[in-house]
Design a protein around this ligand. Structure first.
Ligand code: NAD
Length: 386
């Protein structure tokens, strides 16, 4: 039920996402600091504004797709920012799809919910925010097949789902504010570390005299194909089974309760009800956990059989075209910085995160920042390819 959509940040990803919204028939108002981009959109007949605040004034929902946390904070809280209206905002919903740290997503969600709507809209008391970073890159943004990992209130997520699905093929609810950002940085962390492990093993194998394609064949049918992922995947399936089982049990217990009430079993029935309630809360927590796990596991794949980093072993992957057209090392380094900072903030020990952060920073400093992150194989492990 959103008619007027504001979009801020029309770069590699944002321009393609905005184009898909235009195709879907939304009335758009856009803004970017880059004048050339703004001109392109005004030439297409799209309403362009000079400031985020003016975009907010014209929109029911505003989507941001910006490089990093500082840009997002500036667009929301800066002079002429989205929240300048303070206690009288026009948009009921703000969606940030940038990859940023969860702490910033959570702070922004609070700032937004402290504002007031200029006009009360059906079922919306206050303006609200969702963090909805994406997986899929430029190709998926163009094709409208992104996956959104969404944090915030579930009702709001459901209300926004059709809007998100105009830009993607999948939207997965990950839990409360900031959990979309958590899923995104954990996804990329798992992917970065898998890539380093794979590259290191392939490089050592080559140095010890085995070809990368033979070693790849072994990996693809052996335990190097990430057992932990499959075990964790099975765990996710088991959690879902467990939940389904409990839903059915709850229904049958409910029938017993009705039967018990009819036959006058008061106190025992009350006790059972308390147990059922506690049980259902635990199930809810389990469901959110399993959603986050399955999101991370589904998209954190970086295997020898799907994204091989050695040139010549696989066709159609960045390593077969000089590491172009993939996920740039500088973006991976940025996401690892977010993961490392978040780990430090909550005091979580993550030794491999810090190692991966150093390696990707070094690759960028050595001039490979625009190459796909699988270039770690050539530039860090000095492998030569098949
Ligand atoms: P980009 O640099 O191509 O685009 C960012 C756009 O934001 C630019 O057009 C820039 O002019 C604009 N901008 C910067 N500051 C602004 C401000 N203050 N006000 C208005 N506009 C401003 O970046 P991108 O590749 O589109 O990535 C955007 C986000 O998506 C990043 O957080 C990135 O990590 C994430 N992401 C990127 C990919 C990818 O493959 N490129 C994949 C998944 C997620």
């Amino acid at each position: 039920s959103f008619e007027n959509v504001g979009f801020i940040g029309l770069g590699n990803m944002g321009s393609r996402m905005a184009n898909n919204l235009l195709k879907a028939g939304y009335k758009m108002t856009v803004h970017d600091v880059n004048c050339n981009v703004m001109k392109k959109y005004s030439d297409m007949g799209v309403s362009t504004k000079q400031t985020p605040f003016e975009v907010a004034e014209a929109s029911d929902v505003v989507i941001t797709m910006l490089p990093s946390s500082s840009h997002v904070l500036n667009v929301y809280n800066g002079p002429d920012g989205l929240l300048l209206g303070g206690d009288l905002l026009t948009p009921q919903l703000f969606i940030d799809s940038s990859t940023i740290d969860p702490q910033t997503s959570r702070k922004l969600a609070v700032s937004v919910s402290n504002c007031i709507l200029k006009e009360k809209k059906e079922n919306w008391e206050n303006p609200v925010m969702l963090d909805a970073p994406v997986s899929g890159g430029v190709v998926a943004a163009e094709a409208g097949s992104l996956t959104f990992m969404v944090g915030g209130s579930e009702d709001v997520y459901l209300a926004a789902k059709s809007l998100l699905l105009s830009m993607g093929k999948n939207a997965i609810f990950c839990g409360g504010p900031g959990n979309g950002s958590v899923a995104k940085i954990c996804n990329n962390l798992a992917m970065a570390i898998s890539m380093l492990g794979l590259s290191e093993a392939l490089a050592l194998g080559q140095s010890l005299g085995i070809t990368a394609s033979t070693l790849t064949k072994i990996f693809n049918s052996s335990s190097a194909r990430c057992w932990s992922r499959f075990n964790a995947f099975n765990l996710g399936i088991q959690i879902i089974h467990f939940l389904l089982y409990n839903v059915f049990s709850m229904f049958s217990m409910h029938s017993c309760f009705l039967l018990g009430k009819k036959s006058g079993g008061g106190e025992r029935v009350r006790e059972s009800l308390i147990h059922i309630y506690m049980f259902s809360r635990a199930c809810e927590a389990g469901l959110v956990l399993s959603r986050i796990c399955s999101t991370i596991l589904k998209y954190a794949q970086c295997d020898s059989d799907s994204y091989n980093p050695v040139p010549g072993v696989m066709q159609g992957v960045p390593s077969s075209r000089n590491y172009s057209g993939g996920f740039a090392s500088k973006l991976m380094a940025k996401d690892l910085n977010l993961a490392a900072a978040s780990a430090e903030e909550v005091g979580q020990r993550c030794p491999l995160t810090f190692l991966a952060q150093n390696i990707y920073t070094e690759i960028c400093n050595d001039g490979h920042e625009t190459e796909d992150f699988s270039c770690v194989f050539q530039h860090y492990y000095s492998g030569k390819g098949e």
